[in-house]
Design a protein around this ligand. Structure first.
Ligand SMILES: [Zn+2]
Length: 172
């Protein structure tokens, strides 16, 4: 039935990624085991939805919380059953929104994420995350050639890719 689920998700526009074979805490296994955990899923995805998944690993429990941990190297590059794989990004444990892609704080290989559930603004639900973004979010002014950022974030504004940065003052 899982094959049906995967195909349905892809046909309905969902992105399917990698969450390891057995959901281990990556702090408790070694690099060879990490390759088995990550590569095993890529092999399955390639078998069931070839070329139609995203090379992104959602880290079980968010572990090891550190890009420099040796197992991270085995998440990004490895071999399984003689076939090499490459991971483009990893997802941290869900609790807060990431910085804008135009911020220095943004790392495309180690993404923060939020859960899209409502818990009346408690425990890092979607409402709590939106509230926290009130004064820090980058917004759109409708012009694809500009980046509109909160002026308080001036120091964290990173590469703007030839777009014109425009500061704004968020409403209280
Ligand atoms: Zn999980």
């Amino acid at each position: 039935y899982n094959e049906k689920i995967l195909k349905w998700l892809v046909e309905h526009g969902y992105d399917v990624g990698n969450h390891t074979m057995n959901h281990p805490d990556l702090l408790t296994i070694d690099q060879a085991q990490t390759e088995q955990e990550v590569g095993g899923v890529y092999e399955k995805l390639e078998e069931i939805i070839p070329g139609k998944y995203v090379p992104i690993v959602a880290l079980p429990f968010g572990s090891p919380y550190d890009l420099e941990h040796p197992n991270m190297a085995s998440i990004f590059q490895g071999t399984f059953n003689g076939k090499p794989y490459t991971t483009k990004s990893t997802l941290q444990v869900a609790w807060e929104a990431d910085a804008s892609p135009y911020s220095n704080a943004f790392n495309p290989t180690f993404l923060k994420r939020i859960r899209a559930y409502d818990n009346n603004g408690e425990n890092f639900d979607i409402q709590m995350n939106f509230d926290r973004l009130n004064t820090s979010r980058y917004i759109s002014d409708g012009d694809p050639d500009t980046i509109v950022y909160p002026e308080s974030e001036q120091a964290s504004l990173g590469e703007t890719y030839e777009k014109k940065p425009i500061p704004y003052t968020p409403a209280e």
